[in-house]
Design a protein around this ligand. Sequence first.
Ligand code: ZN
Length: 407
Amino acid sequence: MQLRALTTAFSSRLSRSMSLTVSAAFDSGNIEVESVAGGVAKLRLRPEPFTEGTDKRAHSQWFYFKASNVSQTTTRFEIGGLLESSYPEAWPDYHVAATHDRERWFRLDTAYDGASGTLSWTLPPGEASQVYFAYFAPYSYERHQDLIARCCASPLATVEVIGSSLDGRDLELVSAGTGPLNLWVAARQHPGESMAEWLADGLLRRLLDPVDPVAAALLRLATVRVVPNMNPDGSIRGHLRTNACGANLNREWASTGEYAAPTLERSPEVFHVLRKLDELGCDAYVDVHGDEEIPANFFAGTQGIPAWTPRLASLFRAFSAAYAHASPDFQTVKGYGDDEPGQANLAICGDQVAQRFDCLAVTLEMPFKDSTFDTPMPECGWTPQRAERLGASLLDALLDVAPTLRA
Ligand code: ZN
């Protein structure tokens, strides 16, 4: 009895002395702490390095951090300075993603003050003493290594390291299939668009399922080439848009004056994938991304390239329709709109690949928020699990158009 009283007194003293802490010194972490006092954490985004010639200024939008000692009292989180972030228009209607167990992510009520550029949310006291918050559920480098190991273990796939990043990480190409067509899916040129690798994971899981009839049919018609993570350095460093030196990889695919061609010094990730594309050829390319503002899944096409033809227009329409049929989470109403003829930026992957190989190429965008158009899920928003299923459904759409790609 005496012992229990002593223990209670000790733990009560301990809990009173526990105060809120915030840290982001881990894989994909990004936050800077301005102050933590009275249960309120005032935070800032850590900007990415800036490389002249890629974008106009340093990017910041991605965040991922851990709050500890939060079980006893209400805590409040405020990320300021967001008028200077890459996409300030993306913050209204955004809900922060959170997890206790690093597996199941949920969304919290989140407010955005557009006058000051401050995103804020409140966490009530609860059982868990630690909570992770992120712009979107991260896809860790450990998980990436597991994905690659899974592909290596599959009798249906081969894995080739095609080069290395600026920080010395492997760039992996997973290939499966025996058919003559070359179908490419590449994810995460923009590393903070982590939903792209969740999609690649779901696609590969189905593609390498030996009893999936759609995968089997596709692998007879084509060889499917998947780059699950184009930008491992940016992913680990907690960047939204750029690699280790601050290059936006999706502006590195051609020399068009304002933009740079890929080089080993600045954008080896693009250099190596482009070299492999030239070696193997390409009959269709899906470049997988996330969009900060538009709450929907959609394609951006290559209508503005000089080589745009009725054949490519017809393939784009057929592929879009097939994907919408395969997954109700994909839609064709909301999007960026088409480029005007001749106005394509050939430094962008999709445009460069379509122009270079006279082939179907699309940029697939997923939301950071939710697919509010037809299939909203407000309690969780867009999630890893939903991205994985959208990746699996991409095989249906690819199989649908494959016979017509070079007809
Ligand atoms: Zn992107």
